[in-house]
Design a protein around this ligand. Structure first.
Ligand code: BTN
Length: 257
C-alpha cells in the first residue's frame, strides 16, 4: 500500500464537496494550532484549515505532546467562530468527538468509542485526539484534529504503541485511507455547522458510543458513568448513589483499584 500522504486528504476533501474557504498546507510546522490561531488573529474566516505533513511541537490536551511524524497521521486545525456565548464553547469538544465516532462506525471500524470528552477509540485504543483552544476575547476557537492513519512506516515510542492505534489496522485493506480521513474531517465540520447557532448537542447520540468501565475517576470524583448532559458534561454516579457532573478533566479506569 502507498504511504499515507496528507495532501491526498486535501484532494479528497474537495471530492467530497466540503467547501472550506482557505486551506493552508505545510510540509513541516511546529503546531497547526499555532498557525491557525495566528491566522485567526489576523482575521481568517471560519472554516480556514491548516494541515501539516508533520509537526515538530504537536500538542495534546492537559499539557501533553502529540507525536506527529510524517506519513503516520492527519494533523489539522480549523478556525471556528461560534456565534454562541463563550460559556457554551466547551461543548465543542463532545460535538466534534461524537461526529468522529459516528463516522468511524460508518466506515466500518470495530467498537468505536468516545472517551469523554473527546478521544476516539477503536477497540479500546486511541485513534484520534481533539484539542479545542478557545480565545473568546478574540471571538474564535481553534479545533485541532490528530488522527492516527497509518503507523506501518513508523517506529512508535513504546508508550504510544501501548495505547494508540491507527485506521489502517481496523479498516478493510482496500479502503482508501486518505478518503476515510477526509470523511472524518467532513463529519466534524458538518456536525459543527449543524449545531449552530446555539452549539446544540444531543447527549443521546453520544451516549451510544460512550467508553466506560466498572468504575472511573475524573479528578476527585469516582463512580459509574451514567451519561452526558446537553452541555457535554459527564454524569457519574458515586459510591453513595449521588449523581455528580464533571465539566472537564480526563476519565481513567479505576475498576481494579
Ligand atoms: C489530545 O488527545 O490530547 C489532543 C491531540 C490533538 C492533536 C492535534 S494534531 C493537530 C493539532 N495541532 C496540535 O499541535 N495539536 C492538534
Amino acid at each position: 500500500m502507498a504511504p499515507f500522504d496528507v495532501r491526498d486528504v486535501l484532494a479528497k476533501l474537495r471530492q467530497l464537496g466540503l467547501s472550506l474557504p482557505r486551506i493552508h498546507y505545510f510540509p513541516v510546522i511546529s503546531s497547526t494550532q499555532d498557525e491557525a490561531s495566528r491566522l485567526a488573529a489576523r482575521g481568517a474566516v471560519e472554516g480556514t484549515l491548516v494541515v501539516a505533513g508533520r509537526q515538530t511541537q504537536g500538542r495534546g490536551r492537559l499539557g501533553r505532546g502529540w507525536y506527529s511524524p510524517m506519513g503516520a497521521g492527519l494533523y489539522a486545525s480549523i478556525v471556528l467562530r461560534p456565534p454562541a456565548p463563550p460559556s457554551r464553547w466547551p461543548v465543542l469538544s463532545v460535538i466534534a468527538g461524537t461526529a468522529v465516532v459516528e463516522e468511524l462506525e460508518r466506515l466500518g471500524a470495530p467498537e468505536p468509542r468516545l472517551k469523554w470528552p473527546n478521544d476516539a477509540l477503536i477497540k479500546g485504543k486511541k485513534v484520534m485526539g481533539i484539542l479545542v483552544e478557545a480565545f473568546p476575547d478574540h471571538g474564535f476557537a481553534i479545533l485541532g484534529l490528530g488522527l492516527n492513519v497509518s503507523f506501518s512506516g513508523t517506529t512508535l515510542p513504546e508508550e504510544i504503541h501501548a495505547k494508540a492505534t491507527d485506521l489502517e489496522q481496523h479498516l478493510p485493506r482496500e479502503r482508501d485511507l486518505a478518503l476515510c480521513a477526509a470523511r472524518v474531517v467532513r463529519a466534524v465540520f458538518d456536525s459543527y455547522i449543524r449545531s449552530l447557532p446555539h452549539l446544540g448537542f444531543d447527549p443521546q447520540r453520544a451516549e451510544r458510543f460512550l467508553w466506560t468501565t466498572d468504575t472511573v475517576k475524573v479528578g476527585s470524583i469516582s463512580g459509574r458513568v451514567r451519561g452526558l448532559t446537553s452541555n457535554g458534561e459527564l454524569i457519574l454516579v458515586d459510591e453513595k448513589g449521588h449523581e455528580v457532573r464533571a465539566a472537564f478533566g480526563e476519565v481513567t479506569d479505576v475498576s481494579g483499584d
